[in-house]
Design a protein around this ligand. Structure first.
Ligand code: HEM
Ligand code: HEM
Length: 262
């Protein structure tokens, strides 16, 4: 528990509140963990493909066989970390909404259900790694996917359905589902002599790569739009008074007490 005063001190040092620090956890992990893993996995993907095509064509390749193993190992890490950062983002927005709107006192079962969903999603992903038969892999992949989709439907998640084609949420959900699917079909890629699953994997993961690039862009934009906790009442005033299209005055709290905005 001695860690909490330390976190508070660090927040004070960077002039921000705990809320801001929690919000930053998701982008920090995306930048430090997820994107470097994407870099490594793409490099290994090219090598795996080069090795396979050279071996088929000439019977030998200078690329060492270990690249396949490395691609799969990093693939598992990537899947775990992408699911992890998505759950962190969902946790932040959903539980902030629960606290702000006092959902616990109005419908405690909804809060318990959300808590169970988080646990069930993580457990299903864990069981997906343990499952050997295609049926169980299919079941646990579907369950963890359903968990993520149902969590994404909860209040507080900023979905931007009207602008789904540039939505950080939709890109994030789809790319995460593709990662889970890649883990589910992993043994089939090796078993299938016709390379059908391999082709499915390549097409889906090239799409996932584009979505990840989109996540870098839309995520940075989201950070720009989400203000620091102390700035939020002012930003709300800017929108309320339509300051983008007309002249307006937003007063500092030292000059006038902050209006209580819903
Ligand atoms: C952005 C993510 C990913 C991209 C762009 C990607 C792309 C590729 C490509 C291009 C290949 C080579 C196919 C060929 O032989 O022609 C490959 C192979 C493979 N990938 Fe991925 N992949 C990604 C993520 C994953 C994940 C998450 C997993 C599962 C954990 C995975 C599992 C595999 C397996 C098992 C192979 C076959 C390896 C071998 O032949 O030794 N990939 N991938
Ligand atoms: C693999 C990459 C990423 C995935 C899969 C991902 C996924 C998600 C998802 C599903 C959400 C919840 C939807 C919402 O409430 O908006 C979210 C929220 C968010 N993401 Fe990302 N994201 C990724 C990378 C990034 C990056 C690189 C940044 C910034 C540099 C970023 C910044 C944000 C912000 C600011 C939010 C707002 C939600 C909050 O309050 O925590 N994301 N992300």
């Amino acid at each position: 528990m001695a860690v909490i005063p330390k976190i508070i001190k660090t927040c004070e040092k960077f002039n921000m509140e705990i809320k801001d620090a929690i919000l930053l956890l998701h982008p920090i992990l995306a930048v430090i963990v997820v994107f470097p893993l994407i870099g490594i996995i793409v490099n290994r993907a090219f090598l795996v493909r080069q090795r396979r095509l050279e071996t088929v064509g000439t019977g030998k390749s200078k690329v060492p066989p270990v690249v396949g193993k490395e691609h799969v190992q990093i693939g598992r890490w990537l899947t775990n970390s992408v699911v992890g950062i998505v759950l962190i983002a969902f946790g932040n927005v959903i539980f902030s909404n629960i606290i702000d709107k006092q959902v616990w006192s109005k419908s405690p079962f909804q809060v318990i259900f959300i808590g169970i969903l988080f646990v069930a999603t993580i457990t299903s992903l864990y069981l997906l790694y343990q499952a050997k038969s295609p049926t169980w892999r299919g079941i646990f992949a579907t369950l963890s996917g359903i968990g993520l989709v149902v969590l994404g439907c909860q209040d507080g998640v900023f979905r931007q359905t009207d602008k789904w084609y540039i939505s950080h949420y939709y890109y994030g959900e789809l790319s995460t589902l593709i990662m889970i699917f890649s883990v589910a079909i992993l043994p089939d890629i090796y078993k299938d002599k016709t390379n059908r699953w391999r082709r499915v994997h390549i097409i889906l993961n090239c799409l996932a790569l584009l979505l990840f690039i989109g996540q870098g862009i839309t995520g940075s934009q989201a950070l720009l739009e989400i203000s620091l906790a102390w700035q939020k009442p002012y930003i709300k005033m800017l929108y309320k008074q339509k300051c983008r299209t007309q002249i307006c005055t937003v007063q500092a709290p030292s000059l006038s007490p902050l209006p209580k905005l819903e």
